[in-house]
Design a protein around this ligand. Structure first.
Ligand code: F6R
Length: 601
């Protein structure tokens, strides 16, 4: 996601900021900016697109002053389009801020500040921070107190660097949610900031990985923390390792990230009595009798999962099609249908064409997407961003979990608007949604178990992944993950379909991965698995309930909602396919024959 850098010292501030942002490029961004402070003067540069554009602007400015303080940022749009105005650093009257995360209560704060005479130029949540700071500074004339007051008013996730002419020798910093590191530089009086290790390597040895709720003030005199809750560590030395945050593969990093990115995805959207999306209002569903979803691959699986939720919760007819099939079937479209496309990249050719067809037929359209300003977000009437940050591994992981969460929230949004859900049931669903990040935490025990299982599942003539209801699309996703990166043959099936043909393949060399949730159709899936076991298939059950016929068992935690089981099982499936791929010696992040974005038909 977004990247932050900051510098205090006598070396080349601009160089540290630009080189540091370059090191953070792997996190993905759509715009970038830096602010340079020199006693009573702040110079700011912002540019859309590649860092090269920012660097050109800085070079063309032929800066004469030397700056001892600077902050920089690469932005991945979440609130407001990728434009220069929305790029960080954000300005008040005399201060600048860079921020990673999402300010959940920014709308209330913005209203309050506008009433007090502040004017805003961007569509971002971030801009409230700098105005809030100046509002307090104008009253208190004490930048440290003003900064503390500011922090105390913010809800959500916020890692911040703030500079101000009110005290031009300092950087004010705070971490809550998104990562932030402060380092003592190798040169005297030097303090460096970055949102991950990579920009710091070679320039510092001693760093503090800030904990949530910890902040402070830095100057050439040193770093003053606002609490005692910090400790110094030594920086790793490998940049490649640092870019993957210490994980072996980007896919592994992205599996582990899911709990955090799903929290980001939900921030500000789950309210006490329903769901709120900045991007849409209830007019979207006026006159809508049906939903049609189109997508490809993993995004199609998220769509298929949501069709159960749309029909169950919002009582809207929902059908889902693979975009490449939809395009040529001469589909019958009517304007009481809401057309939803789902895409991580926003560029997949078949999905984009399906969207254009629906628009030409006069349908209302919505894209659930991870990349703002992509072809699909520019084409669709409405966009809901998944806020997963860049996904580097070719095998999609966090895109799927965030898409599924967005679609689940959308089903609840519709359910409430159409009054198809009781307030009691709505509260249960909201409660379950809030628990999703916990279900996505990767437990060491689970990872170790999949590592051990991977040894035994390298041979055989194939895999069946079976499930019912939403666990059927999850079975499809589990099978797709495995075949993509292990090159082993795997199929996902609705468990009830086995006896209509596929069970003929059952023998000890056929591995069945059975998704057996406690909270949804347990007895039904159990008897389907028993049938396979009776035909000697090797069974790996994933379930919170013991199942004596299982040859292998991945135990998930007991929860009270089937969607929480869904996300726990998702993690197990992703880890299992990754561990099998590693054992086979494959390139996990760049599997053969595959591309991250499929922009051809
Ligand atoms: C699987 C995978 C692909 C994509 C598909 C659609 O791991 O990544 O199946 O899901 O190519 O891509 P997007 O979502 O970018 O439209």
């Amino acid at each position: 996601m977004c990247g932050i850098v900051g510098y205090i010292g006598k070396q080349d501030t601009t160089k540290y900021l630009l080189d540091g942002l370059k090191e953070l490029e792997y996190r993905g961004y759509d715009s970038a900016g830096i602010a340079l402070l020199n006693t009573d003067k702040i110079d700011v540069f912002k540019a859309l697109g590649k860092l090269e554009n920012l660097k050109n602007k800085v070079d063309n400015a032929s800066l004469s002053s030397s700056y001892e303080i600077g902050i920089g940022h690469t932005r991945w749009a979440t609130h407001g389009k990728p434009t220069e105005l929305n790029a960080h650093p954000h300005l008040g009257e005399y201060s600048y801020v860079v921020h990673n995360g999402i300010i959940e209560n920014y709308k209330e704060l913005k209203e309050e500040l506008i009433e007090q005479g502040h004017s805003f130029v961007s569509q971002t949540d971030t801009e409230v921070i700098v105005h809030l700071f100046e509002n307090y500074q104008n009253k208190l004339n004490n930048p440290i107190e003003a900064f503390k007051e500011t922090i105390s008013r913010l809800d959500g996730a916020f890692s911040i660097l703030l500079i101000s002419k009110a005290d031009p020798s300092k950087i004010f910093f705070f971490k809550h949610g998104s990562p932030l590191i402060v380092a003592q530089g190798n040169e005297e009086g030097e303090v460096l900031f970055a949102s991950s290790d990579a920009p710091l390597i070679g320039l510092a040895n001693d760093v503090v990985y800030l904990e949530d709720g910890v902040g402070g003030i830095a100057s050439t005199e040193g770093i003053e923390f606002l609490s005692d809750d910090y400790s110094w560590s030594t920086l790793p030395t490998s940049k490649q390792f640092a870019q993957k945050d210490g994980y072996r593969f980007f896919m592994e990093k992205e599996i582990y990230e899911q709990s955090d990115v799903v929290s980001d995805c939900m921030l500000g959207r789950i309210q006490d009595n329903g769901i709120d999306f900045d991007e849409i209002d209830e007019s979207l569903i006026e006159g809508i009798k049906e939903i049609k979803i189109c997508a490809c691959g993993t995004s199609y699986h998220a769509g298929l999962t949501s069709s159960y939720l749309f029909e169950r919760l919002s009582k809207v007819k929902c059908n889902v099609e693979i975009a490449s099939e939809f395009r040529y079937k001469e589909p019958l479209l009517s304007d009481d249908t809401l057309f939803i496309v789902i895409s991580q990249s926003g560029e997949t050719a078949d999905t984009l064409e399906a969207l254009k067809m629906a628009k030409n037929a006069g349908l209302k359209s919505l894209v659930v997407c991870n990349v703002d300003n992509s072809s699909m977000t520019r084409t669709a009437d409405h966009t809901i961003l998944t806020r997963a940050g860049i996904e580097k591994g070719v095998a999609s992981t966090k895109a799927f979990s965030t898409q599924t969460v967005v679609l689940w929230m959308l089903a609840l949004y519709f359910a409430k608007a159409k009054e198809t859900i009781s307030s009691e049931k709505l509260q249960e669903e909201l409660h379950a949604l809030r628990e999703v990040p916990k279900s996505l935490i990767v437990e060491d025990k689970l990872h170790e178990k999949t590592r051990r299982l991977a040894k035994r599942y390298l041979h055989g003539h194939g895999f069946f992944f079976i499930g019912r209801d939403v666990f059927f699309p999850l079975a499809l996703e589990g099978a797709l993950k495995l075949k993509e990166i292990s090159y082993l043959h795997a199929e996902g099936y609705p468990a009830g379909e086995m006896k209509h043909g596929p069970i003929a393949l059952a023998d000890p060399e056929l591995f069945t991965i059975a998704l057996m949730p406690q909270n949804l159709l347990y007895d039904k899936i159990k008897s389907n698995v028993e049938e396979l076991s009776a035909r000697d298939s090797t069974i790996c059950a994933i379930s919170p309930l013991d199942f004596e016929l299982a040859d292998d068992f991945i135990k998930t935690l007991k929860t009270d909602h089937y969607m929480l089981e869904f996300f726990e099982m998702l993690i197990a499936l992703q880890l299992l396919s990754m561990e099998i791929s590693i054992r086979l010696g494959n390139d996990v992040d760049m599997p053969r024959n595959l591309a991250k974005s499929v922009t051809v038909e």
